[in-house]
Design a protein around this ligand. Structure first.
Ligand code: GMT
Length: 384
């Protein structure tokens, strides 16, 4: 197949999923054309992978960038020159809308006899805040509903997101649930001199290591991680490692200072790969207010790290309470810190949870299985 992938190129779950999917599809022999405003963070070039940069025209009249239009024009160009069979839009805003516009243009050109694929299909994958937060803004809602309804196929990364989309947008269209996936060869616990050395440097006295990674947006509630850690370290010598960056980072650094625990917290900022850190982690925290799937929790689970999370959105579909970790009501810092302490103090239970976490990643979220689900779904949409 000739596949166009639209995604955000920056750190963030939807861009990561889109890039990893494209890489896997290319390895399976499909031609994959990434279309975005810059090269996706995790994209490595190989045979069958192409990148097309969306060029933005500027003009004094345009107070705001017209990315959606520039993207639509680029899709038309890429589709025509490369014979795309389908365009896969990751994160509905504005990708699904630009794809719709491009398909209309290409279909019209085809009718007018200017060749082109008169049957270009659009598949939109809903990731989370495109539905639960931003998409609900009055300035986006009608366009989002329209673009989702006009897609030839729609997938959601969790059952929660599927139901939420159908109810909030009053859509009765079929939505296929295809969960996120993980490369189990890359995400696995590494036990070598390097990681042992790292552990010794970070936890000199054998302290427990708690990890959180996110884009530090308010809905990630990174301050809850700090408050949970504050309770845990009163009883268990431990360190908190925070990976990522975003609008709440400064406030979190101030909070750590105010609580007098900043010496035990490391703010790493954005790291491209942190399997080494997950390999020395004892526990992963995800106290989010909203989370359609929780890809970074899956990355931790694949490394055998149990998760203590909130009950937001699709998290209970990923993290099984009492098996791969624990789940508490969003904002319940006491309960979450009790769960962390319980796990870190009970060696036997910890070992079972750690094995369950890896096992769940292997059985349900292996990239092989999920990429095949996408391939089958593409074929179904192309045949319809
Ligand atoms: O919130 C983020 O981390 C970014 C956001 C995105 O779309 O870039 O993530 C969403 O998509 C991820 C990949 O499907 C999911 O794992 C995240 O749960 C989801 N975030 C939210 O729902 C808040």
């Amino acid at each position: 197949m000739n596949i166009g992938i639209l995604c955000y190129p920056t750190y963030g779950g939807s861009g990561v999923v889109a890039t990893e999917l494209g890489k896997e599809l290319a390895e399976r022999g499909h031609k994959v054309h990434f279309i975005s405003y810059s090269i996706p963070m995790r994209l490595k070039f190989s045979e069958n992978i192409y990148f097309h940069k969306v060029q933005m025209a500027s003009y004094p009249l345009f107070d705001f960038g017209l990315y959606s239009i520039a993207l639509a024009s680029k899709i038309v160009e890429v589709a025509k020159f490369n014979g795309l069979d389908l365009v896969h839009a990751h994160y509905a805003i504005p990708h699904a809308t630009s794809a719709y516009l491009a398909r209309e243009i290409i279909t019209q050109e085809h009718i007018n006899g200017k060749n082109g694929n008169g049957n270009l299909k659009i598949i939109t994958t809903l990731h989370g805040t495109d539905i639960t937060l931003v998409g609900l803004e009055i300035s986006f809602l009608p366009t989002m509903k329209f673009s989702i309804e006009k897609s030839d196929g729609v997938t959601a990364v969790s059952e929660f997101l599927k139901v939420k989309t159908q109810s909030q947008y009053n859509i009765d269209k079929h939505i296929e649930v295809i969960p996120n996936f993980i490369d189990l060869e890359h995400y696995k616990r590494i036990d070598n001199d390097e990681t042992r050395c790292l552990k010794e440097r970070i936890a000199k006295h054998g302290e427990k290591i708690i990890v959180h990674t996110s884009n530090f947006r308010p809905l990630k509630r990174v301050d809850d991680c700090i408050r949970i850690f504050n309770e845990v370290r009163k009883k268990i010598p431990s360190k908190l490692l925070l990976i990522g960056d975003g609008p709440e980072r400064s406030a979190c650094e101030y909070l750590a200072k105010d609580l007098g625990i900043h010496e035990d917290i490391k703010f790493y900022g954005n790291l491209e790969s942190f399997v080494e850190i997950l390999s020395i982690a004892d526990l992963f925290l995800m106290p989010s207010q909203s989370e359609s799937f929780g890809l970074s929790a899956l990355e931790a689970m694949a490394c055998g790290v149990p998760v203590v999370s909130s009950n937001a959105g699709g998290l209970p579909e990923l993290n099984l309470h009492g098996e791969t970790g624990y789940i508490a009501e969003m904002g319940d810092i006491n309960k979450m810190s009790d769960y962390v302490k319980e796990l870190l103090e009970n060696k036997n239970k910890y070992r079972i949870f750690s094995e369950n976490a890896r096992e769940r990643a292997v059985t349900l979220f292996a990239s092989d299985k999920i990429v095949t689900q996408y391939e089958n779904y593409y074929e179904k949409v192309l045949k319809a």
